[in-house]
Ligand binder design. Structure first.
Ligand code: PGA
Length: 263
């Protein structure tokens, strides 16, 4: 695991965008996209680079991590609509290359299996962007998720529903979702997790320095060959080896290839 300590949320976005840009400049790519507040500075920076520095997404196929069950694509809180608002509608990624699980499929389990297979068929994800929930989830893999799980239907934890209640009218927060599994996420060639804010500090500490445990699903990234964790000072606030992470980061930056090394 590489730990990248940043001074601000903007810098977090900048560092994550560097990894994505390096991959896009090498040719056609498959991106895994997270929704939520965490990747917002990353997407803002990618949009700026698209507008000002000719960064093109025309050769990108994108898969979102998850979707609420029961929401049609065109529902304004569906993750399909959200990722369009936050990134896709502002760059040159063709809409037919944006793929999300169909939340209103009649057979959700079949839809989950189809989505997992579609990712594999596209050659797998090259760079997966991730946020982390305050309860340690990635995607919607709530605590106790199998560490080898594939895309499937999950029940949202009460804490997650409370976190996301702000996006829905009272009482309307979905209870079920489709989410890429921890095994599916682990298949991505590079995993980039961004976290900001003190409410993430304890989950970040458990992910980075705790045991690998289904109770902190993000800790599965400890098993990933190339996982990069990019943090603002508040999210890094509970880590115990900050001096070491800083020193390692300095050497990685000097090598100029932090994102291409194993971790
Ligand atoms: P956030 O959510 O990015 O909106 O903080 C992350 C998550 O719950 O996965």
């Amino acid at each position: 695991m590489q730990i990248v300590l940043c001074d601000s949320a903007d810098q977090v976005g900048h560092r994550a965008a560097d990894i994505i840009e390096a991959r896009l400049r090498r040719g056609p790519a498959v991106l895994g996209l997270a929704t939520g507040g965490s990747p917002s500075s990353t997407y803002q920076e990618l949009i700026r680079r698209h507008r000002e520095e000719d960064l093109s997404f025309s050769q990108v196929t994108a898969f979102t991590l998850d979707e609420y069950a029961g929401l049609a694509k065109d529902h304004e809180q569906s993750y399909y609509s959200t990722i369009r608002r936050e990134l896709v509608d502002h760059v040159d990624l063709p809409l037919e290359q944006l793929l999300t699980p169909q939340g209103d499929a009649a057979d959700l389990m079949a839809e989950a299996a189809r989505y997992d297979a579609a990712i594999a068929q596209a050659g797998g994800v090259d760079v997966q962007i991730l946020g982390i929930g305050a309860n340690g989830h990635i995607g919607f893999n709530e605590p106790t998720s199998s560490l080898t799980s594939r895309t499937r239907v999950k029940t949202l934890a009460g804490a997650t529903r409370a976190d996301n209640a702000r996006y829905f009218e009272e009482g309307n927060v979905p209870r079920l979702c489709l989410t890429q599994g921890l095994g599916t996420i682990g298949d991505a060639k590079v995993a980039v997790l961004v976290a900001m804010g003190a409410n993430k500090a304890s989950a970040v500490q458990a992910m980075v320095e705790g045991p690998v445990s289904a109770f902190c699903p993000a800790s599965v990234l400890q098993l990933h060959r190339t996982a990069v964790v990019i943090l603002d000072p508040a999210a890094a606030g509970n880590l115990s080896m900050l001096d070491y992470y800083r020193e390692a980061q300095k050497f990685n930056d000097q090598l100029g290839q932090g994102q291409r090394r194993g971790s």
